[in-house]
Design a protein around this ligand. Structure first.
Ligand SMILES: Nc1ncnc2c1ncn2[C@@H]1O[C@H](COP(=O)(O)OP(=O)(O)OP(=O)(O)O)[C@@H](O)[C@H]1O
Ligand SMILES: [Mg+2]
Length: 236
């Protein structure tokens, strides 16, 4: 059994009717480690995250999360595994627009008994605490997500991903709408909350300047044998 939080071995993935997007001989992320994953636009970062979350399945190779081989789980058990162990901040946030910020955060523990059991306080208190620390006022917390600014929605998505202390936090470019100062504070808080929970963090960006806040940094082009046309254009 692997002791890494995430381990990929000989993973190959292609979208239907397209040339391969990913061909990764080996990549791993330590438990409780914080990893920045960098790469050019279109190079396959979001695709890789979708494989880690079990949303898509590689045509070849093995993905182990917390020592579990995702391919050995039925689709139903993969959904359960994701709900129990992974907090995911999507590139497009995926908040429910008509629900309040607070209720969106509570969704993070709604589908997982394990995550509810890890709460030290009632879920509402934890959600309120996270959102307050992330800078949302009481009034904003009760506003529908659709009425929040993009940067505020990003912070709601972060709180939803972190609540109930999932072992793995996957964040797909969650700071694109923030100015540099807010971005740094957001990442520090995200890492502080993750650290307090012992959560492994995989944070995707194309912004090289963020590397200093993370323990590890991987360039997708260093682990992926497929080179994207944009990355090739950048090299030229
Ligand atoms: N749902 C999909 N169906 C088919 N092809 C897709 C799909 N999602 C992504 N792709 C293709 O896979 C490649 C990698 O896309 P991906 O979204 O993983 O890149 P990315 O590194 O996350 O880019 P960005 O930094 O712009 O978010 C692109 O060529 C894209 O067209
Ligand atoms: Mg992406």
């Amino acid at each position: 059994m692997s002791t890494a939080a995430v381990e990929l071995t000989d993973v190959k993935f292609s979208w239907p009717a397209q040339r391969p997007t990913l061909d990764i001989p080996h990549w791993q992320v330590e438990q409780a480690g914080t990893m920045l994953l960098r790469g050019a636009s279109g190079s396959g970062k979001s695709t890789l995250l979708s494989l880690l979350a079990g949303v898509n399945t590689p045509q070849q190779g093995k993905i182990e999360l917390l020592g579990t081989d995702l391919a050995r789980l039925s689709a139903r058990n993969r959904d359960k595994f994701r709900a129990d162990h992974i907090g995911y901040i999507f590139q497009q946030f995926n908040l429910l627009p008509y629900l309040s910020a607070l209720d969106n955060v509570l969704l993070g523990v709604q589908f997982s008994k394990q995550r509810r059991q890890r709460l030290r306080d009632p879920a509402e208190k934890t959600a309120n605490d996270y959102l307050t620390r992330l800078g949302l006022s009481q009034r904003q917390q009760h506003q529908p997500a659709a009425e929040l600014s993009v940067g505020q929605q990003q912070r709601v998505a972060a709180a939803r991903a972190l609540i109930g202390a999932p072992e793995l936090l996957i964040a797909d470019e969650p700071t694109s709408a923030l100015d540099a100062d807010r971005r740094d504070r957001f990442i520090n808080l995200l890492l502080e909350l993750s650290n307090a929970n012992g959560t492994t963090v995989i944070f995707v960006t194309h912004d090289a300047s963020l590397a200093k806040q993370f323990q590890f940094c991987t360039e997708l082009s260093d682990i992926n044998r497929v080179t994207s046309s944009l990355a090739e254009a950048d090299d030229a």
